[in-house]
Design a protein around this ligand. Sequence first.
Ligand SMILES: Cc1ncc(COP(=O)(O)O)c(C=O)c1O
Length: 453
Amino acid sequence: MTESTKYLLSEDRMPRDWYNIMADFPEPMAPVLHPGTHQPVGPADLSPLFPDTLIAQEMTGERHVEIPTPVRDIYLLWRPSPLIRARRLEKALDTPAKIYFKYEGVSPAGSHKPNTAVAQAYYNAEAGIKRLTTETGAGQWGSSLAFAGSLFDLQVKVFQVRVSYQQKPYRQALMRTYGAECIPSPSDLTESGRAILAENPDHPGSLGIAISEAVELAARDEGTKYALGSVLNHVMLHQSVIGLEAMEQFELAGDDPDIIIGCTGGGSNFAGIAFPFLGAQLRGGRRRRIIAVEPAACPTLTRGRFAYDFGDTAHLTPLTKMHTLGSSFTPPGFHAGGLRYHGMGPQVSHALSLGLIEARAYQQLGCFEAAVEFARHEGIVPAPECTHAVKGAMDEALRCKEEGKAETILFNLSGHGHFDMQAYIDFFDGKLEDGDYDAAGAEAALAQLPQLG
Ligand SMILES: Cc1ncc(COP(=O)(O)O)c(C=O)c1O
């Protein structure tokens, strides 16, 4: 009999609850602070932006949160997602390591982002909200919220970072197909956008600026709320469905990962795959290596400071303690648009500060080389963001080869790159360049961190 390649769960084994790492952290996280008073925020401070249920999920310490039936029913369009053993890649690398990947590119939008988009759209619709605003970098999140909005009759307005808007016209077409409006950011629709354009009419945009624009519109209008595709605790909660499924799939495979790897933009696909395993460890289970991989041009976890900062450029958000390069830091326009964020999800930052996870940064050329090799053996073309996770997994497999160790590696293939082929064209044409991060720019941005009394 040939050996198994895919480990598939039946629909009735899809998780019924999300998992919350807050219940298991050995030390509590630093509170979120009000930007004016510097006092911990309460639910009322967040209610202009989010419906009550999501605010409660942001703050809850409960270990399990039930996935509502309408959300589960939609998840079943593509979940449970497959766990795949990369046997051909293992053979090509001639490694004793076993490489598995959880493939989130099977969702309608092509990534893990609908796991939270559907939940957020559901809770907003349930609260009577009619309109949502959001930002998007690569376009994965914008198209996911557009898809979710179409299922719950919500009007969705997406501010897309200008450089990505120009790089990826077909992502806009997808958002429009789902009925959403997509606007390049910075735009002249908001005060934050106009202020940036007055200084630099050709500003390439950043996730921090696009967040400011989306937050500003939501704060202005009672019937409009804001949705964020990463960073926040409730997003990490919704993404836990990835790791929970993977745990069951490893039981099917009769295996157990020694190393878990994810790429990190705001931290949500990484948390999604890693936190259920980390929680089991924190409750007394075995220790695994958990590795966050980020771009060397925006090295938030490896070079940023663990400090209170704003989530956006115009300083409209509360202050959270996270690894940050400074809220005015503008990452260069490299192709992994979803990883171009100055900050990091506070839960991921907390885990790093406690020594529970590792972080490393990679240049983009090595990541694309790894992704092309992966595609030639496993068939799937990774999104530029997850080329970082692919490279991380391949490097660990090569280390295993050198050390003669048969470790089991799991990585999250958070999305496919079918809308990102310009990045691959640029790579093949020799137009992609490596570049170190703008250390002086980060230094200047960090000098402006809010001073807390
Ligand atoms: C496919 C894919 N992976 C990863 C990311 C990074 O986001 P996060 O760190 O929240 O998973 C993005 C963001 O757009 C993405 O599109």
